[in-house]
Design a protein around this ligand. Structure first.
Ligand SMILES: Nc1ncnc2c1ncn2[C@@H]1O[C@H](COP(=O)(O)OP(=O)(O)OP(=O)(O)O)[C@@H](O)[C@H]1O
Ligand SMILES: [Mg+2]
Length: 253
């Protein structure tokens, strides 16, 4: 189970969840994606309308997980966010194990799936806490700008604190999700990341392209919207990288 996390907004969490999820499903695997963001962008990106009840009613105890699964593509199922998801952020921290609701709800329920991705909101609130409790893997999409590095050190601090307190060790991978080869800062950020996270950055970078920004408005992934584009190729390659833990080597780019 993989949480797609970065508290910084707009870095490509949802784009990665939808397209990587679909690309892995396309290689014959069973994939479930969970929209844990009240914005509901993952659901919209996959063409599912926002007023669908989803993970909200599972966490608030009205529905079972099975009731909320929507088959969206061959091999790919979605659990939408749902209108009541913001209520989770409002539960008090001391409330009965409010950080552990998601782990509890998912326990053993998706064991038939090869991969489960949880698309997190851009915050470090209770929803993200729930995701960190539930998963053992973390995928961090990174945009290629300077402030992204600052945000990352904060995020890594949060993750390490979780590891200490809950005595767990996450498998952590990073993906350059909005890479502009023509902008020097993108390369600089990547080089700094390679120094700090050797063997943790997925080998394929997702380039910044117009076509990738267009597909959510059609409720399509890039593999449907423009299957021959280089962005579709990026995501097919990333799907291979992810499944084979193929990472970038320092000095390689
Ligand atoms: N590689 C890319 N090339 C072009 N556009 C991109 C790329 N990645 C993401 N985008 C666009 O940038 C915007 C933000 O991306 P996305 O929604 O995936 O980020 P996010 O991290 O999930 O945002 P939020 O923090 O709000 O949840 C979207 O309009 C998306 O289509
Ligand atoms: Mg998002």
């Amino acid at each position: 189970m993989v949480a797609v996390i970065n508290q910084k907004g707009g870095v490509g969490k949802t784009t990665t969840s939808a397209n990587l999820g679909h690309a892995i499903a396309g290689s014959g695997k069973k994939v479930t994606v969970i929209d844990l963001d009240p914005q509901g962008h993952l659901s919209v990106s996959l063409g599912v309308t926002q007023n669908h009840s989803g993970i909200d009613d599972v966490l608030l105890n009205n529905r079972t997980l099975q009731q909320q699964l929507v088959s969206v593509r061959e091999g790919l199922q979605l659990i939408a966010s749902g209108r009541r998801l913001p209520e989770i952020e409002q539960l008090s921290e001391e409330g009965a194990r409010s950080g552990d609701l998601l782990r509890h709800a998912l326990q053993g329920k998706l064991s038939g799936q090869d991969f489960v991705f949880i698309d997190c909101p851009p915050s470090s609130g209770l929803l993200v806490t729930n995701a960190l409790f539930a998963v053992d893997e973390i995928l961090i999409p990174m945009a290629g700008d300077f402030l992204a590095l600052q945000g990352l050190s904060y995020l890594m601090g949060t993750i390490r604190k979780f590891e200490r307190v809950f005595k767990k060790k996450y498998k952590i991978l990073l993906v350059m999700s909005r890479y502009s080869p023509t902008r020097p800062i993108s390369k600089q950020v990547l080089n700094i990341l390679l120094q700090h996270f050797p063997e943790q950055i997925l080998a394929t970078v997702i380039r910044e392209t117009a076509v990738l920004a267009e597909c959510p408005s059609f409720g399509k992934t890039i593999l449907e919207y423009s299957p021959k584009s280089r962005s579709a190729r990026d995501f097919r390659n990333l799907a291979k990288d992810f499944q084979e833990s193929r990472v970038m080597m320092y000095g390689g780019k």
